[in-house]
Design a protein around this ligand. Structure first.
Ligand code: HAM
Length: 424
């Protein structure tokens, strides 16, 4: 009888879902910290909603004709028989929460932001994942172009804080449901004159939601659209004035923008302003962020008639861009404290607890063993400074300070170390 050996295979993460660690994680954290600081400064408060939502939340907002709802949702029936979705985006969930908690009952503006994972069953590419992260902001209760510009100023200040200033904004107006029939008629008439040049999906789109034809990704369709009717020529008066004022304010504030008459966004809830920021440094997945106004959405999901505006930035793509433009995320210059012997260990705990309570970053070596090994590890992990506490130094109120890059060592009075760490 032969011996049957079971082959143990290593578990792998699910396709399209990746682990974040090391340099990429450092960029994520730096971006998130910058976002929180910047948004709080503009009066936005954080909101966290669940990852699972009832499917209706997305069907009634993002729209049944959108790719997201049609093809890309992670949906399933839970053990209680509810049809739920792992959120593909978070505007709909935030609106659901604002209504549920009656936060829109008064006419006071509400400004919120969120950071978290989203899920779309998409074909994978660099910069396109099935679990990805967004940082988003939403404002409720203000219908003016001024509020849009305030949000865009915050967005560009946030990007500038991160060192990105070369990005440009594309804008369009998609009008209101009331102003769309006139445009639909014009685009359908245009389509009819060259329908054989469009893909089968566009034939479905022209019937269901003609705006979607404008951003079809098939190159032949884009070519066939040459000379198409432009939405801004069909706007109602209110939307036209809104769009003009937005452009005027952006110009006054020196925020560069281009008008893109084919920008319609892949989600159904937008009214009037729609916008995106692309970056050629992102390759095929060039959309870094997108957003716009959604004045009908709150009502559509069962809430009071409340205007809304917001945007979401792809955190994975932003981290990728920063890695390309700025290189590795900066590592904090950590310090390692290495005690040698029993008395030194007790003293090291006491010193480290004082420093930690003051917000100073120090890693305490707790493995015991040889000093050489502790120093090699510290150097390999990127620490800049090792503080070595031996018992004879301790008796004299001193500590050895070793510059790990230079390999040089000095002796410092223990009492001065804290100030040194603070100055770094
Ligand atoms: P969205 O354009 O669908 O808008 O997504 C916003 C951003 O999320 C994209 O520009 C992109 O950077 C990132 N993103 C989308 N899909 C993926 C993916 N599969 N992998 C990596 N990154 C991805 C929204 O989600 C709207 N909720 C934005 C909004 C907020 N509109 C109003 N308020």
């Amino acid at each position: 009888m032969g011996i049957i050996r079971e082959k143990v295979t290593m578990a792998q993460s699910v396709k399209g879902m990746r682990d974040l660690f090391g340099a990429e994680m450092r960029w994520f954290r730096l971006i998130e910290d910058t976002a929180r600081r910047c948004f709080a400064g503009h009066g936005y408060e954080e909101i966290r909603t669940p990852i699972l939502e009832e499917i209706e939340v997305f069907k009634r907002s993002v729209g049944e004709s959108s790719d997201i709802v049609n093809k890309e949702m992670y949906d399933f029936t839970d053990k209680g028989g509810r049809h739920v979705v792992m959120r593909p985006e978070n505007t709909a969930g935030v609106v659901r929460a604002m209504i549920q908690h009656k936060l829109l009952a008064s006419s006071d503006p509400q400004l919120v932001y969120y950071i978290g994972p989203m899920f779309r069953y998409e074909r994978m590419q660099a910069g396109r994942y099935r679990q990805f992260y967004q940082i988003g902001v939403e404002s409720f209760g203000i219908a003016t172009p001024e509020s849009e510009v305030e949000s865009l100023v915050m967005l560009f200040d946030f990007l500038k804080d991160l060192g990105l200033s070369q990005l440009s904004l594309s804008i369009n107006s998609v009008g209101t449901p009331a102003s769309r029939p006139a445009f639909y008629e014009a685009i359908r008439a245009f389509f009819a004159t060259r329908q054989e040049q469009f893909c089968p999906d566009c034939h479905r789109r022209i019937a269901e939601n003609p705006l979607r034809v404008l951003d079809c990704k098939v190159p032949a369709c884009q070519a066939a659209l040459e000379g198409h009717p432009v939405i801004v020529d069909y706007l109602d008066e209110g939307s036209r004035l809104h769009h003009e004022r937005l452009k005027q304010l952006l110009t006054l504030l020196a925020i560069p923008f281009q008008e893109n008459p084919r920008l319609v966004r892949g989600l159904d809830y937008y009214t009037r302003t729609a916008f995106e920021v692309l970056s050629s440094d992102l390759g095929a997945q060039s959309a870094l962020l997108g957003g716009g106004r959604y004045d009908g959405l709150v009502k559509q999901l069962g809430g009071p008639d409340t205007p809304g505006f917001g945007w979401a930035i792809g955190l994975d793509r932003l981290a990728m861009l920063l890695q390309q433009i700025r290189g590795e995320a900066p590592v904090e210059g950590t310090t390692v404290l290495i005690p040698l012997g029993e008395r030194a260990t007790q003293e090291a705990f006491s010193l480290a607890r004082t420093w930690w309570s003051k917000g100073l970053a120090v890693r305490l070596e707790t493995r015991g063993g040889a000093l050489k090994k502790a120093l090699t590890t510290a150097h390999r992990q990127g620490a800049k400074l090792a503080l070595i506490l031996g018992e004879s130094e301790l008796d004299q109120g001193l500590i050895a300070a070793r510059d790990l890059a230079a390999g040089t060592q000095e002796t410092w009075p223990l009492a001065e170390v804290e100030q040194f760490l603070k100055n770094r």
